[in-house]
Design a protein around this ligand. Structure first.
Ligand code: ARG
Length: 583
C-alpha cells in the first residue's frame, strides 16, 4: 500500500508526464516546507519546463488542470505558487477516514512495502576473544533498528552476526585455557567462573604470550591445530566460544536487541570455503603473487604514492585474511541466501576494506550484478574530552558496565521524580529509561558523524531525548485511562482546530519516514519525526481541551490522542525502545 507521499508522487508524476509529454517525469513531491504552502508541495515542474524550454507556470497550469480532472479522493485543492511550485492541500475527511482506519486496525499504520525483497543485515559482529565494549554499541543498535524497520515493511530480513571466532588470538586463548584448567586449585575446571570476565582472562593470556616465548610458540601451534580441525582443540575452543556468546547474549537481552544464536554466522563458518575463493579468483586471472602472498590489485585502489593497493587473500604462511572471509560471506549472502540487498552496519574505519571487498566480489563474480552491497557506516562515540569514550585510565569500557551505569543513573532520576513509588517499581521504570536513554541518544544522531556521549543530556526530560518521549507517551496513556472507550470505538470526527489537523497529519506521515529510513538507513530520521510528533501533541493538548470538551469533540480528541500513542509506541518499538504506561 502507498503512503501519502507515494500516492501524491505517483499522481502528480503521471499528470506532469502527460502535460509535458515526457514519460516518468518526477514531480518531486515533498512535505510542505511552510504551513502556508499547504500539506505537500511538488517542486518538479521547473526542471521539466527547463528541459522543454517552456514557461514553468504555464506547464504547472496544465498539470493543475489534469489533477483537477482526476478528482482524487485525497486532494482538496492544488494551487500554483512562485515560479511553478504546486501546493497541495489534503481533504480533512480523507485524513480522518485514514486515521480512523488505523485506530481500528493498528497494523495498517505502517503499510507493507509493495515490493518485498530479501535483505541481509550484518550487525553487531563482535570479536569473541574479548568482552563487548562501548565501541560495539552503535553498530548493534543501528543494525537492530534497520532490521526491525525493514521487517515491519514486510521484507524478508536475514540477520547475520558475523562474529570473529577464528583468528590467531584464539590460539593464545586455547593455550592459556589448557594451562589454567590443569592447575590444581579446586573449581579450576569451572569454565564460567574462569571466564567470568573475558577481559581479565584475555589480558592474563596476553601477558603470558608477551613474556614467555615458549608459551607464544604453543599459542601459534594451537591455532594451526585448531584450524586443522584437531578435536581436542576444537572442543576447548567451542567451550570458550559458547561462554563468550553467552556474555554477548546477556548484552543483547539487556539492550532489547533482537539478535539470538540463530543469527550467528561466525567467521569460522566460512573456513571451508576459503580455498574456493582462491580458485575463483585464479580462474578470473585476478591473483598476483607478491612477496609470497596471493593478492588482488584493482586499478581503482591506489595508495598515497599512487602505487596500487593490494587486497591480500592468502599470506605466505598459508593463512587467510579478514577480507578473504568477507569475500566468502558476500558469495554466501548472494547465492545461498539469495539476498537482493546486503547491509554491513560496521564502523566507518572499515570503509576501505568494504570498498575493496565489494569491488573484488563484483569482478570475480562472487556477487551477482543486481545485489546491492551497502556499507552502512557510523562514527565514533566520544568522551567529553573529544577522544574516543574510555575510562579515565584509558581502558575500554565494557558495554555491560555502561548499561549498568545508565540504569543506576536512571534510578536516581526516577526516585527524584517519584519518591512515593516503591523501590521495585522505581527500579523497573529505571531499567527501561536507562537503556532507552543510551539507545535513543545514539540513534538520534546522524550515524555518519562522531558524537559526544553525555549522561546529563541523554537523561534530560527536555529536548530530543528518550525520557521526553517516554514521558509524552505515559502522559497520553494516563489521559486515556481516565475513560473507558475501547480502541475500536475511537473515531476522529473533527479536526477544525489547526493543532488537531497538524497532529493528525503528522501521525499519518510515519510510513513516509519509515520508507526513508529503509532506503537510506538513517534511524535519526525516525527519532526526529517522533520528537516532532510529541511536540505537536503537546501543542494540541495545550490548545484543545480533551476531557472538558463537549461529548463529540471529546471523543474525537481522545481518539486523536489514542492515535498518537499508537504511533509513538510503534515508532519507539522500531528503535528497539520499550514504552512505559506510567513514569
Ligand atoms: N568482527 C569485526 C570487528 O570487530 C566486524 C565484522 C563486521 N562484518 C563483516 N562482515 N566484516 O571489527
Amino acid at each position: 500500500m502507498q503512503n501519502l507521499k507515494q500516492h501524491l508522487g505517483a499522481l502528480l508524476g503521471s499528470c506532469l508526464s502527460k502535460a509535458a509529454g515526457i514519460a516518468n517525469s518526477n514531480a518531486n513531491v515533498i512535505t510542505a516546507s511552510k504551513p502556508e504552502f499547504g500539506d505537500y508541495q511538488a517542486n518538479g515542474v521547473m526542471a521539466i519546463a527547463k528541459q522543454l524550454q517552456t514557461n514553468p507556470r504555464e506547464l504547472a497550469q496544465k498539470v493543475v488542470e489534469l489533477i483537477d480532472s482526476v478528482n482524487d479522493k485525497l486532494i482538496e485543492r492544488v494551487e500554483i505558487a512562485g515560479p511553478g511550485f504546486i501546493n497541495i492541500h489534503l481533504r480533512n475527511d480523507a485524513l480522518m477516514a485514514k486515521a480512523s482506519m488505523v485506530l481500528q486496525q493498528p497494523n495498517t499504520l505502517i503499510p507493507q512495502s509493495e515490493q518485498a525483497v530479501c535483505i541481509v543485515v550484518d550487525y553487531s559482529s563482535p570479536n569473541l576473544a574479548k568482552e563487548m565494549h562501548v565501541g560495539h554499541l552503535r553498530g548493534t543498535i543501528i543494525g537492530d533498528c534497520l532490521a526491525r524497520v525493514l521487517e515491519k515493511q514486510g521484507h524478508e530480513v536475514i540477520r547475520q552476526n558475523h562474529v570473529g571466532d577464528w583468528g590467531t588470538q584464539f590460539g593464545m586463548l586455547i593455550a592459556y585455557l589448557k594451562e589454567v584448567m590443569k592447575a590444581p586449585d579446586p573449581g579450576s575446571d569451572d569454565l564460567p567462573t574462569r571466564l567470568a570476565d573475558l577481559e581479565v582472562f584475555y589480558r592474563a593470556a596476553r601477558k603470558r604470550f608477551d613474556s614467555d616465548s615458549e608459551f607464544a610458540e604453543t599459542s601459534r601451534l594451537s591455532v594451526v591445530k585448531l584450524q586443522g580441525g584437531e578435536p581436542e582443540y576444537l572442543q576447548i575452543w567451542q567451550r570458550f566460544i559458547d561462554e563468550s556468546l553467552r556474555h554477548c547474549q546477556l548484552v543483547y537481552d539487556r539492550l532489547n536487541v533482537t539478535l539470538s544464536n540463530k543469527d550467528l554466522k561466525a567467521e569460522s563458518f566460512y573456513n571451508d570455503g576459503l580455498s574456493g575463493i582462491v580458485t575463483a579468483l585464479e580462474e578470473k586471472n585476478l591473483l598476483t603473487l607478491s612477496a609470497g602472498a596471493l593478492c588482488v590489485f584493482l586499478p581503482e585502489f591506489t595508495g598515497k604514492d599512487g602505487d596500487p593497493l593490494a587486497v591480500i587473500i592468502r599470506k605466505s604462511d598459508g593463512a587467510y585474511l579478514y577480507a578473504t572471509t568477507d569475500l566468502a560471506a558476500v558469495r554466501y549472502r548472494c547465492f545461498d541466501l539469495n539476498a537482493d540487498r546486503s547491509l554491513y552496519v560496521v564502523d566507518a574505519r572499515q570503509s576501505l576494506h568494504f570498498q575493496q571487498v565489494f569491488a573484488v566480489a563484483r569482478v570475480a563474480g562472487l556477487a551477482s550484478d543486481n545485489i546491492s552491497l551497502e556499507h552502512v557506516t557510523y562514527g565514533t562515540m566520544m568522551g567529553k574530552d573529544g577522544k574516543p569514550f574510555q575510562t579515565r585510565s584509558g581502558d575500554t569500557i565494557k558495554l555491560i558496565e555502561l548499561l549498568n551505569e545508565a540504569c543506576r543513573r536512571a534510578f536516581e532520576l526516577v526516585s527524584d521524580k517519584n519518591p512515593d513509588l516503591d523501590e521495585a517499581a522505581r527500579q523497573a521504570i529505571a531499567d527501561t529509561v536507562g537503556i532507552a536513554a543510551v539507545k535513543y541518544a545514539d540513534l538520534s544522531k546522524n550515524r555518519t558523524s562522531d558524537y559526544i556521549f553525555d549522561w546529563s543530556a541523554m537523561l534530560s526530560f527536555e529536548g530530543n531525548t528518550a525520557p521526553y518521549l517516554l514521558y509524552a507517551y505515559a502522559r497520553i496513556k494516563s489521559i486515556l485511562s481516565k475513560q473507558e472507550t475501547a480502541l475500536e470505538q475511537y473515531s476522529i470526527t473533527s479536526i477544525d482546530a489547526r493543532e488537531e489537523r497538524d497532529l493528525l497529519l503528522k501521525n499519518l506521515q510515519l510510513p513516509e519516514v519509515i520508507e526513508m529510513v529503509a532506503t537510506d538507513c538513517y534511524p535519526n530520521l525516525l527519532c526526529n519525526y517522533l520528537y516532532e510528533l510529541a511536540g505537536k501533541f503537546m501543542r494540541f493538548y495545550e490548545a484543545c481541551p480533551i476531557l472538558k470538551a463537549e461529548l463529540e469533540s471529546r471523543n474525537s480528541r481522545l481518539s486523536l490522542a489514542a492515535l498518537t500513542a499508537e504511533t509513538l509506541q510503534q515508532g519507539l518499538d522500531l528503535l528497539g525502545i520499550e514504552t512505559l504506561e506510567k513514569m
